[in-house]
Design a protein around this ligand. Structure first.
Ligand code: SF4
Ligand code: SF4
Ligand code: SF4
Length: 578
């Protein structure tokens, strides 16, 4: 242990701990901006570039950045000397001098950490005025908007993209006043290997990285009387939407969300969970087939468009491995436009399918050409959890006072297996539940596969599925996926099935979820909420969903049928690694 004093209070901490952490132990908050720590993923970004956290250390001529200065025995630290306060205010002032300050119209307004810091530090005027850096906005992709005039060079996005995800799109380019974080050669994002996971958006403390917003497109569709507008909501949305309305993290707000969507004017409110159950029907059929034949193993899940794009760029030689099943979002779109539209007696082009997703990559996925027929997309508009919250507020709906209501039939019926798709490990567990019943030919009672749960980046388990020993792995975060795939390529690991999600922790930590500013206890709460929701469902296995059974009976035939393949399966394309 190391013993030191902070503001004259003694504290003992482990060797290697920073002044910032030691102060936290005493309940002292030192302001930070570029620093971020994600405990449950063992990730910390501490470059010390913003100098907002400077403190005075006795005997040292210079102020020390608390986020990256390790404690030493006998250290005497003061966090609030006039010199430290003045230095922080000057740093903040200089940052603001090169910032557009258009807070009122910024997408990060009220979620911006620069704005919060200016408030907390009682900065009420900007002293330094002068030339500002200007860059072209990058609106090249369907998912992520980059407005580098707002970049404060904290480089948190670099850590997210290069260290956590190992995609390697973002890095510091140029020098001095021109310096900025961007893809090499200032390439627009859609001309890079970016997978649109949005982890950089979650990491960015200001409005430099945000989602491309489609809120107005939804309002336009809702006001078009010639269109039937249906909406689907993904599993992870219900476990996080409440946070935008001050409801405690970890609360499931499905009922209020459905009521709000109806009040906004959607003709039908459906659930992506229905399509998650459908995905399990197709994917499990493929899994059992491949295990029986002993071919093309391991099967990799294909629900996550961020992960799929990563594979296409980085591991094109493994492109035969993922299941060919479309993601639940795309299966929903295909069924809505080809089955449900038929039931309503309307043409697919007269239906608008809107998705509410925790995910920014889903905006890109919906626009992939594989998912359109004759120019008509299966999913027309994708908005994030955050955008839905904005729209509910814009519509004047008092979310917290709403009564609960239920999804519409038939595409609103789902099982517990579907709701856990929102957490890492959930897709594999759902598939194992169905595989166990199908292989044993009975209603297997042991359906909680605890070994594949939890936010750890890589989980491995050998699970007994009705007497068959299946070797499985679950991976979230693309850096972890890379490690696992390298081991498979080198013949160092063998599995039957692997679930991969691009976002660390899975979709509950998707790029479109409410910002949590490094407080990963919120992610734990979202995860627990999803498993609670699963436990509360009467039916917890996808193949027992009555509406799914009816869909196969009336329309698709068997899982893996010709029609199922035409509507519910896809192919992948090797892509350039820039
Ligand atoms: S969206 Fe993901 S892959 Fe793209 S730049 Fe951001 S972190 Fe990197
Ligand atoms: S884009 Fe955002 S996260 Fe990246 S360096 Fe700029 S301010 Fe920081
Ligand atoms: S893990 Fe979920 S939220 Fe993240 S990119 Fe994949 S599908 Fe989207």
């Amino acid at each position: 242990m190391v013993n030191l004093k902070i503001n004259d209070m003694p504290v003992s901490v482990d060797d290697g701990v920073t002044i910032l952490e030691a102060a936290q132990k005493l309940g002292i908050k030192i302001p930070t901006l570029c620093h971020i720590k994600l405990d449950c993923f063992h990730v910390e970004h501490r470059c010390g570039s913003c100098r907002i956290c400077v403190v005075e250390v006795a005997g040292r001529p210079n102020l020390a950045p608390a986020c990256c200065t390790p404690v030493l025995e006998g250290m005497d630290v003061k966090t609030n000397t006039l010199r430290a306060i003045n230095a922080r205010r000057t740093m903040l002032d200089l940052l603001l001098s090169d910032h557009p300050k258009d807070c009122l119209t910024c997408a990060k307004n009220l979620d911006c950490q620069l704005q919060k810091l200016a408030q907390e530090m009682n900065l009420h005027q900007v002293l330094y005025k002068g030339e500002q850096s200007t860059y072209n906005k990058d609106l090249s992709s369907q998912a992520i908007a980059r407005d580098l005039d707002k970049c404060i060079m904290c480089r948190r996005c670099e850590t997210a993209c290069n260290v956590v995800q190992t995609v390697g799109v973002l890095s510091g380019v140029d020098r001095g006043f021109e310096a900025v974080v961007a893809p090499a050669g200032y390439k627009p994002l859609n001309q890079t290997q970016c997978v649109f996971c949005g982890q950089c958006v979650l990491a960015c403390p200001v409005g430099a990285l945000t989602e491309v917003s489609y809120k107005y497109d939804v309002w336009k569709a809702l006001n078009d009387e010639t269109k039937t507008v249906v909406v689907q909501t993904a599993p992870a949305v219900r476990a996080a939407l409440g946070e935008e309305f001050g409801i405690a993290p970890g609360s499931i707000t499905t009922g209020k969300m459905v009521t709000a969507l109806r009040m906004m004017g959607f003709d039908k409110v459906f659930d992506t969970d229905f399509a998650a159950d459908l995905t399990i029907m197709e994917e499990t059929t493929e899994l059992i087939g491949r295990v029986k034949e002993g071919k093309n193993l391991p099967i990799l899940t294909s629900c996550c468009p961020g992960w799929v794009k990563f594979l296409e760029h980085q591991f094109p030689d493994l492109i035969y491995m993922p299941s060919t099943a479309k993601s639940p979002q795309q299966m929903f779109g295909a069924i809505a436009k080809n089955y449900y539209a038929q039931k309503l007696g309307i043409k697919p082009e007269d239906m608008v399918v809107v998705s509410v997703m925790p995910c920014l990559a889903k905006k890109y996925e919906a626009a992939r050409e594989e998912f359109s027929h004759n120019g008509n997309r299966d999913v027309d508009i994708v908005i994030s959890t955050r955008e839905l919250a904005d729209m509910i507020k814009e519509a004047g709906i008092i979310f917290n006072n709403l009564e609960d209501s239920k999804y519409d039939d038939p595409l609103g019926e789902s099982t517990g297996a579907a709701v856990i798709f929102g957490a890492t490990g959930g897709v594999l567990e759902a598939a194992l539940r169905t595989a166990a019943d199908w292989i044993a030919g009975t209603d297997v009672q042991e359906i909680d596969f605890e070994a594949v749960r939890g936010l750890e980046g890589i989980k491995e388990a050998t699970v007994n599925v009705a007497g068959l020993e299946l070797k499985a792995a679950v991976c979230s975060g693309l850096g972890n996926a890379r490690k696992l795939l390298e081991r498979i390529k080198n013949g160092e690991a063998q599995y039957h099935a692997i679930e991969i999600m691009a976002c660390p922790g899975g979709c509950l930590n998707g790029g479109g979820q409410p910002y949590y500013d490094g407080d990963t206890t919120i992610l734990e709460k979202r995860k627990e909420a999803l498993y609670r929701d699963d436990k509360d469902q009467k039916i917890r296995k996808s193949h027992l969903n009555p509406s799914i059974q009816k869909l196969y009976k009336e329309f698709l035939g068997e899982p893996g049928s010709h029609l199922a393949h035409e509507l519910l399966h896809t192919k992948y394309t090797p892509r350039k690694n820039w």
